[in-house]
Design a protein around this ligand. Structure first.
Ligand code: KG4
Ligand code: ZN
Length: 340
């Protein structure tokens, strides 16, 4: 406890960000330190798992020290330790889990393992102090695209998910073939503003009527084919038009499915989450669609959309509140299921 408030110390290392955060009473961020490895992986055009693990190992102690210092606390003040235990890259997850367990053992503190996606959804609790379940959540990140019904703080039902690429993965791959760099999402978002979203018609994959699942690989292949044909013909490629048309196609599908889910479940609250939730076009299209239907849209700021430990600390707080504790046998699970 610090100043009468419950203190959570949280770790996140599922992909290429090493992050440690300190939260007061579950929703107030006292520190949220993020060491990004983007520059390290940029040269490879994507995250190299083995390299990511090594950098997590190097970063985790200095990031922990900085998080404690910025929050103005010591380990004695900590009431709970939370850590992402899956899904993600197994070697990367293991560093965070081992660090959290080591601190829990050394400082004799309770431990809770957190599902990474539950963390992303919880970023909304930090941003919107009035938000409480039940609500609908759209989780769009580099590794996941899910429509989730959040029934209470610790339970949710997956209504739809991608059957192939995640939205962010498709953005990253298309950006790579366009020669834009890595990570591709923010770069496509930026250059798309200068392009015509109706210039090129890419495949808009809706799957079976009424299905809330997604498929982005057909759209991605459509872009690759378009570029190959244009290059073979020696035609000039307007990168901004390709980016704008691709982005519009993907966001059209995401917004349509999210609204279908809202209609079907009757929820009037929609919480956006995950790295792709930073996308400016997705935010404006969803806002417009929600306004038309009287749905309140909740969005975290970009720093809480991409991977960070604050969101994990918030999810850990609500798990602990419900008595869902772990012990030192906690292990990393790269395929941890979301439901249950
Ligand atoms: O949530 P996140 O940090 O990692 C995972 O859990 O996967 O999401 C990273 C993903 C990357 O694919 C990145 O390209 C994408 O989020 N992203 C964006 C934007 N900012 C990040 N995609 C589209 N538009 C953006 N502005
Ligand atoms: Zn993530």
């Amino acid at each position: 406890m610090k100043d009468g408030k419950h203190i959570t110390l949280a770790f996140e290392s599922s992909c290429d960000e090493t992050s440690v955060a300190v939260l007061a009473d579950g929703r107030e961020v006292l520190s949220n330190i993020i060491a990004s490895q983007i520059d390290v992986h940029k040269v490879f055009g994507g995250v190299v798992p083995e390299i990511a693990s090594r950098h997590h190992l190097e970063n985790v102690n200095p990031v922990l020290d900085e998080a404690l210092q910025e929050a103005g606390i010591t380990l004695d003040d900590v009431d709970l330790i939370g850590v992402t235990c899956g899904p993600g890259l197994v070697g990367a997850l293991l560093i965070g889990v081992c660090a959290a367990k080591a601190v829990a053992l050394a400082a004799n503190k309770p431990l809770v393992g957190v599902h990474h996606i539950r963390g992303h959804i919880s970023a909304n609790y930090i941003t919107h102090k009035d938000l409480e379940p039940p609500f609908l959540s759209l989780v769009v990140s580099g590794g996941h695209t899910h429509i989730v019904e959040v029934t209470d703080y610790n339970h949710c039902t997956v209504l739809g998910r991608t059957r192939d690429d995640a939205a962010g993965e498709a953005f990253d791959k298309v950006a790579r073939v366009l020669g834009l760099g890595y990570p591709g999402g923010p770069l496509i978002d930026k250059i798309a503003k200068e392009g015509d979203p109706n210039a090129i018609e890419f495949k808009r994959v809706m799957l079976e009527k009424e299905s809330l699942d997604f498929s982005f690989s057909g759209t991605k292949t459509g872009v690759l084919n378009y570029l190959n044909i244009a290059r073979q013909r020696g035609e000039e490629i307007n990168v901004a038009d390709v980016a704008a048309s691709f982005q519009k196609t993907v966001m059209d599908v995401i917004v349509t499915k999210a609204m279908l889910a809202a209609e079907r479940t009757g929820h009037k609250k929609l919480a956006l989450a995950g790295g792709v939730a930073s996308n400016s076009q997705l935010r404006s299209m969803l806002q417009e669609a929600c306004d038309k239907r009287g749905i309140t849209l909740y969005c975290p700021p970009p720093i809480l959309c991409t991977d960070n430990a604050a969101m994990i600390g918030c999810a850990a707080y609500y798990k602990a509140k419900a008595g869902l504790m772990d012990d030192l046998s906690l292990d990393a699970n790269p395929n941890l299921p979301l439901e249950g």
